[in-house]
Design a protein around this ligand. Structure first.
Ligand code: SF4
Length: 240
């Protein structure tokens, strides 16, 4: 199905109703969903895949794919039932080793200082040099962003802005080869990604309510968190 001007329909894979093993993107000759990019976006695919002509991009992608497979054991078994074997933090340091990286950046949130200390030690114990920067580093006042006292978390005093641009600048100047985000807020993480020179990955995202497990709310969205699915945000605001 195409738009009136003959440009392809925007992809909507999240709404695809085709059984997973029968999907065109999973099985050659499979079926596509509405607006299927596998079947309708040949030009975009060609443009994207041409970018792998860059040897650096190709190697990064190749190692990422190798690391993906290495996260499962007994892959020679038939029929194969997924047997994942590695935590994400292990995945990160193994990928760093695969790429020959020795210096990683750890950009973390004030709310996860204890976790950051443990992560730093783990990375170090696996042979990585760690450059770390807390979100509040620089102690830039929130007033720089035009915010007032009513916009602060703790009102009535000084409050540092979370400064992911500064975190990224610190990583850039230190020459980190891979940055790891730990608990940055929504939007702050976006700014870090936009300003960091080295590739960045995420160890954990912040979720203040679920112990940094945002999918807990998704898993419970047919039950205790059903209000998250309502257009009316009043209930959602109560939960969040
Ligand atoms: S690429 Fe096509 S088949 Fe695969 S999920 Fe998207 S719409 Fe469905």
């Amino acid at each position: 199905m195409s738009k009136k001007n003959n440009t392809p329909q925007d992809p909507a894979c999240a709404a695809c109703k085709v059984a997973i093993r029968k999907r065109a993107c999973v099985t050659p000759g499979g079926v596509g969903g509405v607006g299927c990019p596998t079947q309708e976006q040949a030009q975009a695919l060609e443009a994207a895949n041409a970018k792998y002509d860059d040897p650096q991009l190709m190697e990064f992608a190749r190692q990422a794919s190798l690391q993906e497979a290495a996260c499962y054991v007994n892959r020679d078994q038939r029929p194969y039932v997924l047997q994942p074997s590695k935590t994400r933090i292990q995945e990160i340091w193994e990928f760093a080793h695969r790429m020959g990286y020795t210096k990683v950046g750890l950009a973390f949130c004030l709310g996860l200082v204890n976790e950051a200390a443990k992560v730093e030690q783990m990375f170090k114990s696996h042979g990585l040099e760690v450059v770390s920067a807390l979100c509040k580093a620089g102690a830039t006042p929130k007033e720089m962003l035009g915010l007032g006292d009513e916009d602060k978390v703790r009102q009535g005093g000084f409050e540092s802005v979370c400064n992911p641009v500064f975190q990224a600048e610190l990583m850039n100047r230190a020459g980190t080869q891979l940055n790891v985000l730990l608990g940055l807020c929504v939007g702050h993480d976006s700014l870090f990604f936009a300003h960091a020179k080295a590739p960045s990955t995420v160890l954990a995202v912040k979720d203040r309510v679920t112990g940094h497990n945002p999918l807990a709310a998704v898993y419970l969205s047919d039950g205790y968190y059903a209000k998250l699915k309502e257009a009316d945000s009043q209930g959602s605001d109560e939960l969040l």
